[in-house]
Design a protein around this ligand. Structure first.
Ligand code: DX5
Ligand code: ZN
Length: 217
């Protein structure tokens, strides 16, 4: 434990057993549960939407961290509030009015997350910091689990300096494993999303594998 929170991404879980999978990862030490919503438009893959996320809610005892890889975002904010998201993260690249989107997320009673694709510089958040509770630094191009880590440690360091003493989490998402986790934690990340590195080798019938995988990150 290097003082960071681990947020397993259920994108790598058994899609026929989300409730059991969520309970298993929490029993095995997950700090948050990361829920990847994809629309087949902003990213080239589809997962699930508000009714499924609402069905996950009763199984999540920790923090339900919903990562929207969708565009537009604004028409769906109320649906994710109703689904019970604790943190709702939108991509800076998802539309021209991310400032309005972050305001609306907080206005709906959720923590506001701001995700940055690998090509988006740290400086892009400069006028958004007072509207943001979490910055998600993507270390893959979003859309799929199991991709190779892209080194964004310089961006993480720059964000940490910009944030100063504001209470803003820096989350890292994509390719986090026992090799890359120490790099991003040292750079200043405090919430690590991991999909394949948590779920590999385990199942709801062998959940201790999840525990060992989480402990190894
Ligand atoms: C990628 C998703 C990630 C993904 C991480 O588009 O946002 O949360 O599931 O998966 P791994 O840890 O396998 O890279
Ligand atoms: Zn994600």
């Amino acid at each position: 434990d290097r003082g960071v929170k681990i947020a397993p991404s259920i994108l790598s879980a058994d899609f026929a057993n989300f409730g059991q999978e969520i309970r298993a990862i929490e029993a095995q030490g997950a700090d948050w549960v990361h829920v990847d919503v994809m629309d087949g438009h902003f990213v080239p893959n589809l997962t699930f939407g508000p009714p499924a996320v609402k069905a996950f809610r009763p199984h999540v005892k920790t923090v339900m961290d919903v990562h929207l890889m969708i565009a537009p975002v604004d028409p769906y904010i109320d649906a994710y509030a109703d689904a019970g998201a604790d943190v709702l993260t939108a991509h800076l690249e998802a539309g021209p009015h991310i400032h309005r989107t972050l305001q609306a997320i907080r206005g709906a009673g959720m923590k506001a997350g701001l995700a940055l694709n690998p090509a988006t510089p740290a400086e892009a958040v400069a006028h958004l910091l007072d509207l943001t509770d979490l910055i998600c630094v993507m270390t893959v191009n979003p859309g799929f689990g199991g991709q190779k880590f892209i080194d964004m440690t310089a961006k993480i360091r720059a964000l940490r300096a910009m944030i100063g003493d504001r209470p803003i989490h820096i989350q890292v998402d994509g390719g986090v494993d026992p090799t890359t986790a120490p790099l991003v934690a040292a750079a200043g990340a405090d919430v690590l999303v991991a999909g394949s590195a948590v779920f590999r080798g385990g199942s709801v019938d062998s959940p201790e594998v999840y525990g060992a995988n989480i402990a190894a990150i």
